[in-house]
Each structure stands twice: as structure tokens, then as C-alpha cells.
Design a protein around this ligand. Structure first.
Ligand code: PLP
Length: 440
């Protein structure tokens, strides 16, 4: 029997025990630093390049996805205040939540209706550009609207793109890659919802179903793709490109906060709560935000009590060498986007100096929050997305030492709490009704 707890502090051993018993926790990362880690294996330069690449593709995106026309082909979501959600948070925390409460609306991102429209679409575009460059079809300075021409589609039809997914990544990769003309295969884990598979098949995507969880679907996809030199595998557990696509969001958020006249500085802390699956999405966003706001941003990842893979990987320092199943959890959750038992191979390590902490949330809360947000704000988000809402609750309930240590206790009136919405817009009406009528 491996001793997973050998590197834990006393406090962490206590948290570990609660995690094993699927009781919601808040874990504070002892390795966080105030500075942005500059000399790392991954550089912020890559994020700036990704932003430029997405701009190059904007004329094409605007053409093929008319819903992005008002945004000039930039796939972006709104940032809004959701004051009515304070009530639910305060009820569970048993304390008032001072400051502003905002929602980043990635649940309604154009094209694929989830945060995956950032990373997934970016990786497909980057691969398409690489192929087009290689064959001399286009130069960086050309108008990328050319990508919709038939000779591009013909070129791409000789290539394949494959991905393993619990659902939303498959949707975003599938929709974008099929639009460009690639042959697409999505390896779906057992958690993937039926309607997601159906939608992809309608778009001409080959969907292969597995009776196993996400990690095995990814592994099998990776293995099949490795045998095929014409196939690009989007590797959710390892991909720098996905991560970079997600990170661009931070540059955009900075502008949005400025437009709303919301300050982030010594006197105005920013708290950000992100639902976490394998870690690429929230990790990319966190990396970008830390580069911009340094010690003034406090970032927390939220995971289901049955799938706390990032918490477990970071707390034990074992990262992808530990799975939630190793400690007796089931990795079964209604939050299909977060049903991941083993974290990314690189995100947790990159997050060590960046992340403030991880917390867990019970499925019942996700549904309570889903109903409350629909009722009081008229907003529908899928269960995974509601893991963000539990963040401020855990901070108020269990984060006093953290707040004290960072000198934040007397600044909470000027604070901004930002919940990151991550998915929902693609969910069919019928499925929404089921969620909304679910008895908890
Ligand atoms: C994928 C997903 C996440 C988490 O992203 P990871 O990169 O897997 O950590 C959160 N919410 C939703 C709705 C998702 O689809």
C-alpha cells in the first residue's frame, strides 16, 4: 500500500480524511507565491502568440459562424454582475458576502457553448494553419477568410483530428474540425451525455463510445492516433495548445473589467472560482490572470466531492501519479465536465506557485445552485459550471486563515468575486427541464 499522505501537514491529513469521505473541503496551497513565475518551461509569450493567431483567424470565424459577427469573429463571452446569487451563497456560508459578485459567461460562448470553445477551437485552428503553411496555401499576412475555400477543405480532408472527451471538448473540437473539412473522431467516456454524441454524429463526426471513464477514453484515442501519421491527437492531459487557448481569456477579461470600472490592485482584491476537470481550462485561465494581476488575484479551483483529482494531485505532490480511485472515491458525478479521476500531466505543477487553493462541492449543491440561478437571474448553466458558485461559500466558511495571512480581511468590501461559468448553452431544452425539475 502506497502512503499517499507522507508529504502532508497535519492540517492536510485532516483534509485528506474528509476528501476520502467525500465531505466538502477547502485546501489552501502552501506553495503559492505572490509573484508570477517567469523562468518556467512555459512562457507568457506563447499566450500572446495565441491571441494573435486567433485574430488572424477572426475573418474566417466571422464567415463560417455568423453568430460571431457582432464580435468580429472573436469568440468571447460577457462579464456580468449577478447580485441575486449572493443570497444562496450567504445562506450556505451563514455570513454576508461583501463586495461585487460577477459571472464570466463562458457557458454561452459562441460556437460550442462552453469554455472548450477557447482551448479546443484554438488547437484545431493552430493545426489547420500549420498544414496550410506546410502546403504553401497561405501566409500569415493573408486574409484567413481563404480557409473557407474548397481547396482548403480538400487539403484538410486528407487529415484526421482525434480527441478523448467527457463531452464538451469533443463538441468544440468536433464542430470546428468538421467545419474546416477534417475527418474527426471523438472518443467519448461513459459520462458523456447522449445528446452530445447525437449532435456530433449529425455533424459527420465519428463518435466511439467507451464503457469506461475519461482517462481510458483518452488513452485509447491516443493509442489509435499514434499509429496514424496523418492524425493529430488533441491530448487533453498534455496539451500546451489547449492551455494557451484558454489563457488568452485573461487578456480579454482585463479589458472587460476595465470597461466595468472594476479595479484590481492592493486595495481591491480579485477572487476567481473555476470549475476544474483535468485542469487545462482553469489552469490556462489562472496562468493568464496571474501574469496580469500577480498577488492581487486569488484563484480557487472547484471539483466534485467524488472527482477531486487536481486537489489530490497538488496536495500530495503526486500530480498525475495519483487517481481519485486510489483513495476509494468513485469518480461518479452528475457534473460530467468534471468527471476526471486523474489530473493533467503538467497543469498541477505549473499551478504550484499560482493557485490559492482547491475546494470540493457535493452534487446536490450543483443542482440547488442551477435552480436558484435560473430562478433569480434567468441564467441556465449546466451542473459542472455551478462548481464555481461554491467557491465563495468555502472561502467564507473555511478561508479565514488565508484571508488573514494575505491581509484581506479589511478589504472584502472592495473585493470582486468572479464565478467562471463554463458550460450550458448547448444543452437542449428537454435536458434543461430535467435538471430544473430534479428533486435533490
Ligand atoms: C471541461 C469543462 C470544465 C473543466 O475544464 P478542464 O480543462 O477539464 O479542467 C469545466 N466545466 C465544463 C462545463 C467543462 O466542459
Amino acid at each position: 500500500m502506497v502512503d499517499f499522505q507522507r508529504n502532508l501537514s497535519e492540517k492536510e491529513r485532516y483534509i485528506f480524511e474528509k476528501v476520502e469521505n467525500s465531505i466538502p473541503v477547502l485546501w489552501i496551497n502552501p506553495n503559492k507565491t505572490d509573484r508570477f513565475p517567469e523562468n518556467h518551461s512555459y512562457s507568457f509569450q506563447v499566450v500572446l502568440e495565441a491571441e494573435k493567431r486567433l485574430k488572424r483567424f477572426s475573418s474566417y470565424i466571422k464567415l463560417v459562424f455568423p453568430e460571431t459577427k457582432n464580435l468580429q469573429g472573436i469568440i468571447e463571452s460577457k462579464l456580468i454582475e449577478i447580485p441575486n446569487m449572493k443570497q444562496l451563497i450567504e445562506k450556505h456560508a451563514n455570513k454576508p458576502l461583501a463586495g461585487k459578485l460577477l459571472l464570466k459567461c463562458d457557458h454561452e460562448l459562441p460556437v460550442s457553448g462552453s469554455i472548450k470553445a477557447r482551448g479546443g477551437i484554438y488547437e484545431v485552428l493552430k493545426f489547420a494553419e500549420h498544414i496550410a503553411f506546410k502546403h504553401g496555401f497561405i501566409k500569415e499576412t493573408d486574409d484567413y477568410a481563404a480557409f473557407q475555400r474548397s481547396e482548403f477543405k480538400e487539403l484538410f480532408s486528407r487529415y484526421k483530428i482525434a480527441v478523448g472527451s467527457t463531452g464538451n471538448l469533443g463538441l468544440s473540437i468536433g464542430i470546428m474540425a468538421a467545419k474546416l473539412g477534417f475527418q474527426v473522431t471523438v472518443h467519448m467516456s461513459m459520462d458523456a451525455k447522449e445528446w452530445k454524441k447525437k449532435l456530433l454524429r449529425e455533424k459527420g463526426v465519428q463518435v466511439i463510445e467507451y464503457a469506461s471513464d475519461y482517462s481510458l477514453a483518452v488513452e485509447e484515442g491516443r493509442r489509435q492516433a499514434a499509429d496514424d501519421s496523418m492524425c493529430h491527437f488533441v491530448d487533453d492531459e498534455n496539451s500546451i495548445d489547449l492551455f494557451s487557448g484558454y489563457a488568452v481569456s485573461a487578456l480579454r477579461l482585463k479589458n472587460q473589467l476595465e470597461q466595468l470600472n472594476i479595479r484590481v490592485d492592493q486595495e481591491h482584491p480579485l477572487f476567481v472560482y473555476l470549475p476544474c476537470g483535468v485542469g487545462g481550462g482553469p489552469g490556462g485561465v489562472a496562468y493568464g490572470l496571474k501574469a496580469i494581476y500577480k498577488e492581487h488575484v486569488h484563484i480557487f479551483f472547484g471539483e466534485p466531492t467524488q472527482s477531486p483529482c487536481m486537489l489530490l494531485g497538488m496536495m500530495t505532490g503526486l500530480h498525475d501519479n495519483i487517481s481519485v480511485m486510489d483513495i476509494g472515491l468513485t469518480n461518479r458525478t452528475e457534473a460530467d465536465g468534471l468527471a476526471v479521476g486523474r489530473p493533467s500531466k503538467f497543469v498541477g505543477k505549473l499551478m504550484e506557485p499560482i493557485l490559492s487553493g482547491c475546494y470540493t462541492v457535493a452534487d446536490d449543491f450543483l443542482f440547488e445552485s442551477l435552480k436558484e440561478m435560473a430562478r433569480t437571474e434567468g441564467i441556465f448553466m449546466e451542473p459542472s459550471s455551478h462548481a464555481s458558485v461554491y467557491g465563495p461559500i468555502q472561502l467564507l466558511k473555511e478561508g479565514k486563515t488565508y484571508l488573514e495571512h494575505h491581509g484581506l480581511l479589511d478589504k472584502l468590501n472592495q473585493a470582486t468575486h468572479l464565478l467562471w461559468g463554463t458550460g450550458g448553452n448547448m444543452v437542449p431544452q428537454e435536458e434543461r427541464e430535467k435538471y430544473l425539475n430534479k428533486t435533490i
